[in-house]
Design a protein around this ligand. Structure first.
Ligand code: PRP
Ligand code: URA
Length: 208
């Protein structure tokens, strides 16, 4: 079974309090998503493999290490886009794929409408990002799609996860680790996480 990591870090908890606040502006919301994503990226990349390199300092040759593998970030459109900057701040050489999925408002079934992922992702460390893991349908569909494209090492990073969403991934993708800033137990009849933070896409892009 993949790992479930819920952050207990005081910085993340404080930022989550601001992020959840309905009075937080779009500008501040985006900045907080960036910062929380950066902090989660630090945790989620802890086990990335390294390769030895020699670096010439002004004094001598130092034995150093650098990331051994290609990293691919795949935001689930649209809200996942809000997490890309936070990730690329720490992983500037990462390649970016996109998967467009929306939930049918009636059935909550995920509908895929766009995809473009980097070539040859078989050996890449793939990070799927989406702020909300509610029923898990969207993330599960995105991960299934990426595996069909050849991805073998996939990690999910979200801001708020629910038990239903975690189970939705873990029941099908037992090899996928999940990192989240918060874990809220309830998903309401409309598929929204409660207390959650509302509609992440609308709050990031100011569409409501
Ligand atoms: C939201 C969110 C996730 C999905 C989570 O997207 O960004 O992609 O819902 O719900 P699930 O776990 O039940 O699938 P939404 O469908 O609202 O689309 P949007 O990002 O375009 O607003
Ligand atoms: N999508 C959101 O944006 N928020 C939720 O709470 C659930 C799905």
């Amino acid at each position: 079974m993949g790992k479930l990591f819920i952050s207990e870090h005081p910085l993340i908890k404080s930022k989550m309090a601001l992020l959840r606040d309905k009075n937080t502006s779009t500008k501040e919301f985006k900045e907080l998503v960036n910062e929380i994503t950066m902090l989660l990226t630090y945790e989620a990349t802890r086990d990335l493999p390294l390769t030895a390199v020699k670096v010439e300092t002004p004094m001598a040759v130092a034995d150093c290490e650098k990331l051994a593998e290609d990293v691919v970030i795949v935001p689930i459109l649209r809200a996942g886009i809000g997490m890309v900057d936070g990730m690329t701040t720490l992983l500037p050489n990462a390649r970016i794929g996109h998967i467009g999925i929306y939930r049918d408002p009636e059935s909550l079934v995920p509908v895929e409408y766009y995809s473009k992922v980097p070539s040859s992702i078989e050996e890449s460390e793939v990070f799927v990002v989406d702020p909300m893991l509610a029923t898990g349908g969207s993330a599960e569909a995105a991960i299934t799609f990426l595996k069909e494209k050849g991805a073998k090492k996939i990690t999910m990073i979200c801001i708020v996860a629910s038990p239903l969403g975690v189970k939705g991934i873990q029941d099908i993708h037992t090899d996928v680790d999940i990192y989240a800033a918060a874990y809220d137990t309830k998903v309401d009849e409309n598929g929204y996480i409660v207390p959650g933070l509302g509609d992440a896409g609308d709050r990031i892009f100011g569409t409501k």
